[in-house]
Design a protein around this ligand. Structure first.
Ligand SMILES: [Fe+2]
Length: 496
């Protein structure tokens, strides 16, 4: 039997007449009124009456039907469809803090170099002194008064490393009180040690020095948990844009800008980190002029500004200098100067920072957030060169040198690997453990994890140059790294 469909009082009345059904006027009026207030119940009741086989319709029957359909309605599972709008970066405030360092106002003289290395020693000693293997810790001038042939430990800076014909490694080390020779019979213990780094040594003291049993690096510990931020936001990492070079990859720039502006993958990107060599520079190496598309340094930076201005304003951009930038070369390098980037200085979403620099994201009363350490990486080529294990992997695997400097807790431990300014404090010590460690310079790319720290070597927007051929760098351009700061998932986007 087909059910009569009734949707209003008029249709109900027509159905009653056509079926010859009699209904009390008061009952009809109550159902008619129900069509105004509870139309869905009224329809069901009216259809039920008209399809009922009974000829008699009394008020009790009607009341029962109304109650039945009302109860049925109540027990129906409520399904609420809430239209949610996917939040994007525009919906979140940026939270960026930049580590402040003391201005180096001391008058430059050679004694400041002593202060600089003393500062390095003290900062790394603070890390090492907690190490459980460094038992019976003494200063070098107290070695003779300690129990002869007894186990001792020292914390010292490496002055020289010599390999004896017997295979024993001789380390000449010193602290604030004196110097001593350390004999390391197991070469494996110290194969990655380089001059000027601070280490812990545990061993036996005798009249001729110390026979090492253990070498302790300041290292980074395994984290208790991986730090994240509450908000579903991402950060993108690029470096070595090298605007002004003939080898500048315009196509990579175009693809990158399209991606960061319009791609669904980047709508929650809130932060962009650019780790130096923003322009190719002028006079950085002999005959560079032949490799330049733009010869004027101001014009190079004007192009760089145009590039930055095409990035959405709601993205916070951190820019540090590199060795190709028009900034003094000693590290920490100053931030880019307004003389070169007058428009960027006035943009509230652009942060011109030093090299290296610690940036704190979403560090507030409720959360520690994430620490990002930006370092251009100029020291890395020299460090790779003096450590055979790193040389074996070459310049195309920056994760090894990045891991090594994390173990040494210093971005440029080898004196001369980068230019050091005489200063009272060594700001190149990694006294804080970064959650993300970003570098550039090698023009290679890596996105790895070491003990909870994300290691990013940020590729380049420049193709292979003749200068890179000469210094042994092999370009791996067009790769962009992205980190989900909420989950710490990592992504690589390849624009080549
Ligand atoms: Fe570069």
């Amino acid at each position: 039997m087909t059910r009569d469909k009734i949707s209003n009082a008029k249709e109900f009345l027509s159905a009653l007449i056509s079926k010859g059904l009699l209904i009390e006027p008061a009952t009809f009026e109550s159902i008619k009124e129900m069509f105004q207030n509870k139309a869905n119940i009224a329809c069901l009741v009216a259809e039920s009456i008209c399809n009922d086989s009974s000829d008699e319709i009394n008020s009790n029957t009607i009341k029962e039907k109304i109650k039945f359909f009302e109860d049925q309605e109540k027990t129906k599972q409520k399904v609420t469809i809430k239209k949610t709008i996917k939040k994007t970066r525009k919906d979140y405030d940026a939270q960026v803090k930049i580590r402040k360092i003391k201005e180096n106002t001391a008058k430059k003289n050679t004694t400041l170099f002593c202060d600089y290395f003393l500062s390095r020693y003290e900062k790394i000693k603070k890390i090492l002194v907690r190490h459980l293997d460094l038992t019976n810790l003494v200063s070098i001038n107290n070695l003779n008064s300690s129990k002869r042939n007894g186990d001792i430990s020292i914390i010292a800076i490496v002055k020289d490393k010599i390999e004896a014909k017997t295979g024993t490694i001789l380390l000449d080390v010193e602290d604030k009180t004196g110097a001593v020779r350390v004999f390391v019979k197991e070469a494996d213990l110290c194969q990655n040690i380089i001059n000027d780094e601070v280490i812990g040594i545990q061993g036996n003291h005798f009249s001729g020095g110390i026979i090492a049993k253990k070498i302790i690096f300041p290292e980074i510990p395994f984290p208790q948990e991986v730090n994240k931020i509450e908000e579903p936001l991402k950060a993108v990492f690029i470096s070595d844009v090298h605007l002004g070079s003939k080898e500048y990859l315009k196509l990579v720039e175009e693809k990158f800008l399209k991606w960061i502006n319009k791609d669904s993958q980047t709508q929650d990107v809130k932060y962009l980190f650019i780790s130096g060599d923003n322009v190719d520079g002028v006079g950085i190496y002999p005959s560079q002029k032949e490799d330049l598309e733009i010869n004027d340094i101001y014009e190079q930076y004007a192009e760089f500004e145009r590039f930055i201005e095409k990035i959405p304003e709601e993205i916070e951009i951190m820019i540090c200098p590199g060795n190709h930038d028009a900034v003094m070369q000693f590290e920490p390098q100053f931030a880019l100067d307004k003389v070169y980037v007058p428009n960027l200085v006035n943009r509230s979403n652009v942060h011109l920072v030093k090299n290296p620099e610690y940036i704190y994201l979403h560090n507030n009363d409720d959360s520690n957030g994430l620490k990002v350490l930006m370092y251009h990486g100029y020291s890395f080529t020299s460090i790779i060169d003096v450590i055979p294990e790193l040389r074996k992997h070459g310049l195309s695997h920056p994760e090894y040198v990045m891991t090594e400097v994390l173990r040494k807790r210093h971005v440029a431990p080898l004196y001369g690997a980068s230019i050091v300014a005489p200063a009272t404090e060594d700001y190149l010590v990694m006294d804080e453990i970064p959650d993300i460690f970003q570098t550039g310079d090698l023009h290679s790319h890596c996105l790895k994890n070491y003990k909870g720290t994300t290691l990013i070597s940020s590729s380049t927007f420049q193709g292979q140059t003749s200068f890179m051929d000469r210094v042994g760098h092999i370009a791996n351009p067009g790769k962009v790294s992205m980190v989900d700061l909420h989950t710490r998932e990592c992504f690589i986007k390849n624009f080549m």
